[in-house]
Ligand binder design. Structure first.
Ligand SMILES: O=C1O[C@H](COP(=O)(O)O)[C@@H](O)[C@H](O)[C@H]1O
Length: 232
């Protein structure tokens, strides 16, 4: 397990510092390879970080933004992670970035996951940046405790790509990148805020089954050391 913790006085300074660090990684990738990729999370936590990042001056036309997970809902649904990213990250300087959605209008979520996997396969691997969040139940991406395909999602034998996930705490059927897709990003971040999530993280870092707190898979088995960003 390799983690490095960055603690900040408040959410605003976390957002600014994380955005600075991410922008540096994207710039290096563009300088070295001509393009850059970033996969981000949804939920309530990343909004301020998205807004800080969107103000950074870099060649956003060379950046592909995608999601680590999504609900099987169209982009105009208020619970869509795509909508969150469109309204907060794909703005300002970043308005010209390319967005690769996980949701597709398809007969069912499995078909959408196949289309999303196809899209992800067209990107260079690994991702330059992956920003994960975490729920108070210890889920990250859509790796939910009790999820119907949790074992498959977390298995190192499951290839890069997108699979569906259904779980009691998840609401809509989810589309999630697999563990293999996320764990070797050049810059792998767990972004959490508040005391409750700090306590959840402490539990996750202690002994216990991965299936009870799936974020443990990332904390324990990711090939890239995890940078944990936290503010109260
Ligand atoms: O369901 C989800 O929740 C987590 C955490 O969300 P938050 O509201 O507690 O910040 C998020 O990382 C994930 O992408 C999202 O789908």
């Amino acid at each position: 397990m390799a983690t490095k913790t960055h603690e900040f006085a408040d959410a605003a300074s976390l957002a600014q510092n994380l955005a600075d660090a991410v922008a540096s990684v994207l710039k290096v990738a563009i300088a070295e390879r001509g393009t850059a990729t970033i996969a981000v999370s949804g939920g309530s936590t990343p909004k301020r970080f998205f807004q800080s990042l969107s103000a950074h001056k870099l060649d956003w036309s060379k950046v592909t933004v995608t999601l680590v997970d999504e609900r099987f809902v169209p982009a105009d649904n208020p619970r869509s992670n795509h909508l969150l990213v469109a309204e907060n990250l794909l703005q300002g300087e970043a308005a010209i970035a390319r967005f690769l959605p996980l949701y597709h209008k398809a007969a069912n979520a499995d078909e959408a996951a196949k289309l999303a996997s196809h899209g992800i396969a067209s990107l260079p691997a690994p991702f330059d940046v992956v920003i994960l969040g975490m729920g108070n139940d210890g889920h990250t991406a859509s790796f939910f405790p009790g999820g119907d395909r949790l074992e498959e999602a977390l298995s190192s034998d499951t290839p890069r790509g997108v699979i569906t996930m259904e779980a009691e705490g998840a609401g809509e059927t989810r589309l999630t990148l697999t563990f293999s897709s996320l764990q070797d990003a050049h810059f792998l971040v767990l972004h959490i805020e508040g005391q409750a999530k700090k306590d959840t993280l402490e539990n996750a870092l202690a002994d216990g089954d991965e299936k009870d707190m799936p974020v443990r898979a990332v904390l324990r088995r990711a090939a890239t050391p995890v940078d944990i960003y936290w503010a109260p």
